[in-house]
Design a protein around this ligand. Structure first.
Ligand SMILES: NC(=O)c1ccc[n+]([C@@H]2O[C@H](COP(=O)([O-])OP(=O)(O)OC[C@H]3O[C@@H](n4cnc5c(N)ncnc54)[C@H](OP(=O)(O)O)[C@@H]3O)[C@@H](O)[C@H]2O)c1
Length: 313
């Protein structure tokens, strides 16, 4: 049997990301038996695999004539999907560590509102002893039941919330009610008290939370958006918060990042902002995902986590 060839991997990312990931991916490739050289710069025609952050560092993919795949180290690939020169198989990151982190972030923010953390614990005034309702009586809508949304929905269901999930295709997940399609969105959102957005941005999902759909929620409801900024109509969100029909919004993602210092979201008393940190890719667990896809490419096996150009995610 001939020895496996040494593959040339272009790792295109900001320097700090390169420094962090390079040793982890080398170690992961070794453990799956793929000899490799990883470099931040290579002549395009010498590249076997492109590992990259899809943030425009590579603008033209047409010179990568022998590359077998482009492997994103980010979960979201919306920024690169419209690039007409990227015709290679494109895999996105599905990282078990990132999934775990997202479940922690979402659960923490849901529980903040569920138990009335701001009202009962962080406020030192008053003596309001109204008991918060039990989770089983609180409807939570999870928009997106994929790798991240599905895991969050399952955790919230395990905590007894009345979980209603929404996806593009019909899905069945234990312990919750699943909806799909336009009518399913109305059913998922109607009277929900907490909404979590974990959808990709596509032409079909942009502004999915707008004046009309926000009006379906229980008065005083809370929106938590670690998905993508474009899922929400910003003006409609502020109008609903100011009118009091919406109680609070926790936003981790924005149309333009970093969020402008003067953006009205920053000073709004009913908005909590975090700087797109809901869940970052974890180096140790994600390096193994990249290595496994390169091993698959070398073995002629199908790549994991391929993005559908047609569906846009
Ligand atoms: N803030 C952060 O730190 C952070 C970190 C990682 C990821 N993210 C973002 O989180 C989002 C979700 O990631 P993921 O890995 O869970 O994605 P995923 O596995 O691709 O799941 C996407 C979900 O959205 C649903 N969906 C897509 N288009 C839809 C439509 N038109 N109508 C209804 N449902 C639709 C899909 O439905 P089907 O099940 O029918 O396919 C699926 O359930 C992405 O936007 C990603 O960029 C944010």
């Amino acid at each position: 049997m001939s020895a496996p060839r040494t593959v040339d991997v272009l790792f295109s990312a900001p320097q700090d990301v390169y420094d962090e990931f390079h040793p982890a991916i080398m170690a992961a490739l070794k453990s799956v038996g793929v000899p490799a050289r990883i470099s931040p710069e290579l002549a395009p025609e010498d590249v076997d695999y492109i590992v990259f952050t899809p943030n425009d560092l590579i603008k033209d993919f047409s010179g990568f004539t022998r590359a077998r795949a482009a492997l994103s180290i980010w979960a979201g690939v919306d920024k690169v999907l419209g690039n007409p020169t990227l015709t290679l198989p494109l895999a996105r990151m599905v990282d078990p560590g990132q999934r775990e982190g997202m479940v922690e972030f979402v659960t923490a923010h849901v529980l903040r509102h569920h138990i009335g953390m701001d009202r009962y614990i962080l406020s030192s005034t008053g003596w309001d002893q109204t008991a918060p309702k039990l989770a089983r009586y609180r409807k939570v809508a999870v928009l997106g039941l994929g790798e991240l949304g599905g895991a969050c929905a399952q955790m919230l269901s395990a905590l007894n919330f009345d979980v209603h999930g929404w996806s593009r295709r019909a899905r069945e997940l234990d312990g919750m009610t699943c909806h799909h399609g336009a009518e399913g969105l109305t059913r998922a959102l109607s009277d929900a008290e907490i909404v979590i957005c974990l959808l990709p941005t596509t032409p079909q999902t942009e502004n999915v939370l707008n004046a009309q759909t926000l009006a379906l929620l229980e008065p005083g409801a809370v929106v938590i958006n670690p998905g993508r900024g474009a899922l929400i109509d910003d003006a409609a969100l502020i109008t609903a918060l100011d009118a009091g029909t919406l109680g609070h919004a926790t936003l981790d993602t924005f149309r333009i990042e970093p969020l402008d210092e003067d953006h009205p979201f920053r000073a709004h008393p009913k908005i909590t902002i975090s700087p797109h940190i809901a869940s970052l890719v974890r180096v140790d667990s994600s390096a193994g995902v990249i290595a496994e896809n390169i091993r698959r490419g070398e073995a002629g096996e199908p790549f994991l986590h391929l993005v559908s150009r047609q569906e846009g995610y």
